[in-house]
Design a protein around this ligand. Structure first.
Ligand code: NAD
Length: 241
């Protein structure tokens, strides 16, 4: 019998997800495949330098991710988190490192995409205009759209070396949580790999769910070994008063 995590009427839950939660939807993780993401070195496609030196390759890569992401469907793990949010309301908060929109499509609403979103683009010159919806699969760099200021668009993705989005809101949600559940992330990308330590500092219980132990395994109070789509639907027991 798998362990269950009890959520008391006063618990406040912070969930952090990584690429592993979308693996059962057919989207590849990258640490699992020799440090490559869909066959590419992250330095070649996920850094400000890559965008500067080879924007055609960066856009080709993210166009392929858009195409693949559009074909994927939320799996039982995404749906279990949306169901849990429906029960807990404002006592639930979800932060994902994923750039796919599978949590959104499963129905999650109290959600931050700390590393950006595949389905959006923004001004390459950071002119201040907010990101726009953009699911276009560009066939070449010349097709890539322009911001209203005239500069080329870039994917709305936080590259390695850039600051993740909404960090102060994330920090305050972690300070406020009594239970942190981390799902499908290797514990190798910072600052997300440190969230578990922030939560412990705030006095929270900390649980990891995934088929193998993450690099930061020693920081968790419980490790639940298994695939997210198999474990999550039966993992939570929501207690009433
Ligand atoms: P990672 O690739 O470094 O690690 C994936 C983790 O998922 C591994 O620890 C693996 O054991 C675990 N895993 C594999 N299958 C699983 C399953 N069925 N259920 C639960 N866990 C499973 O991923 P990361 O730590 O999230 O870091 C990767 C970075 O790359 C992120 O910042 C993210 O933005 C980006 N990325 C995003 C996507 C996406 O949006 N779907 C995909 C690949 C990479």
């Amino acid at each position: 019998m798998l362990m269950q995590i009890s959520i008391s009427p006063t618990d406040r839950l912070f969930v952090l997800t990584g690429a592993g939660i979308s693996a059962e939807s057919g989207l590849p993780t990258f640490r699992a495949s020799d440090g490559l993401w869909a066959g590419h070195r992250i330095e070649d496609v996920c850094t400000p330098e890559a965008l500067e030196e080879n924007p055609a390759l960066v856009w080709e890569f993210y166009s392929q991710r858009r195409e693949q992401g559009a074909k994927a469907e939320p799996n039982p793990a995404h749906r279990a988190l949306a169901d849990l949010e429906a029960k807990l309301g404002d006592r639930f908060f979800l932060c994902t490192q994923n750039v796919d929109d599978l949590h959104d499509r499963a129905g999650s609403r109290r959600l931050i995409h700390m590393h950006g979103e595949l389905a959006k683009s923004r001004c390459e010159d950071e002119c201040g205009r907010p990101p726009i919806e953009d699911r276009t699969v560009y066939a070449s760099l010349v097709e890539v759209g322009r911001c209203t200021c005239g500069a080329r668009l870039r994917p709305h993705i936080v590259f390695f070396g850039e600051t993740p989005l909404e960090m102060s809101r994330i920090q305050s949600k972690i300070d406020d949580c009594s239970l942190m559940v981390v799902i499908g992330t290797s514990g190798s990308v910072y600052p997300a790999a440190n969230f578990v330590n922030w939560a412990r500092h705030a006095g929270a219980r900390t649980v990891y769910v995934g088929p193998e132990r993450p690099l930061n395994a020693s920081a968790f109070t419980h490790i639940v070994e298994g695939k997210a789509g198999e474990v999550l639907p039966g993992l939570f027991e929501v207690l009433s008063i």
